[in-house]
Design a protein around this ligand. Structure first.
Ligand code: 13P
Ligand code: ZN
Length: 271
């Protein structure tokens, strides 16, 4: 058995959480990440027959039975993951009944997975239905995105248009636009179901006055989506109160889409 501290997926979790903490995306215990692992790879580092304990998932996740995830712990601080991954992270397998998670490693102090597990697992199910390669669901609280949800009209067309017009790269990185949810109580199955529904259409979902969800085939895709939205939101918050002298027009967006062969939301443009 290989030493789990050398596992690339564990190192990625440690580096990503540290990076997000230092960017200010995850104050205190804010944010959570779930990463679906290849069972063959997980088996190189763990005895998959040894279940430490079981934890109820709180909903029926049968569609993910047998799938293994490394998940940040509830109440745990992203800044601490790199110093003590075994306490701040856990590796779980969804049992055949779909309502039980089998703990294979981690949550050493008796802890459990993020309170947002419903939003994560439901989003994994939704993304896998449209992208069989999806592995990551990532949630965080970046400053400018959060600020923008206080002051901007929160509908998908309006906010996507604003984000696309803040900088040239926006439409290239998220041509499908961003999904939006109104303010909702977090950590519930209801917000999980609403997020997953949006995730069938969008790789980014904004939670009004709370934060952002991103997904991807790997950490770079999920994180890259979030940091691009956050950068665009920053441009908006830095300039929204100033006269708008130069702007990206709808025709500019069409030209970008042609240049990069983008499958973009044409109904979000006034053309
Ligand atoms: P957890 O500590 O349970 O992961 O919750 C953090 C959070 O961001 C809630 O939305
Ligand atoms: Zn949150």
């Amino acid at each position: 058995m290989k030493d789990i501290m050398t596992a690339p997926f564990l190192i990625e979790m440690m580096q990503t959480t540290a990076n997000m903490y230092r960017l200010g995306y995850d104050e205190r215990n804010g944010g959570n990440i779930s990463y679906m692992l290849d069972p063959a790879v997980a088996g190189e580092y763990l005895d998959l027959n040894k279940v430490i304990r079981t934890i109820p998932t709180g909903f029926d996740a049968k569609a993910l039975a047998g799938k293994i995830f490394i998940v940040t712990g509830t109440g745990k601080y992203f800044k601490n993951v790199e110093y003590d991954p075994e306490n701040n992270l856990g590796i779980i397998r969804i049992a055949e009944d779909g309502v039980t998670a089998e703990l294979l490693w981690g949550y050493r102090d008796g802890g459990r997975f993020t309170s947002e597990l419903p939003a994560h697992l439901m989003s994994h199910i939704a993304r896998l239905s449209v992208d069989p390669d999806n592995k990551i669901i990532m949630h965080c609280h970046p400053d400018y995105t959060l600020a923008m949800t206080q002051v901007h009209e929160m509908n998908e067309r309006a906010i996507t248009r604003t984000l696309w017009k803040q900088m040239t790269e926006s439409i290239v990185v998220f041509p499908e636009g961003v999904g939006v949810l109104p303010w909702m109580v977090c950590g519930t199955n209801a917000i999980g179901e609403a997020t997953a529904e949006k995730m069938k259409e969008y790789r980014i979902v904004l939670w009004t006055l709370h934060g952002i969800y991103g997904c991807g085939k790997d950490m770079d895709e999920a994180f890259g989506l979030i940091e691009t939205v956050e950068k665009a939101a920053k441009m908006y918050m830095l300039t929204a109160h100033l006269p708008n002298v130069n702007t990206i027009t709808d025709q500019n967006l069409v030209d970008l889409a042609a240049r990069f062969s983008l499958n973009y939301r044409k109904d979000f443009l006034d053309i």
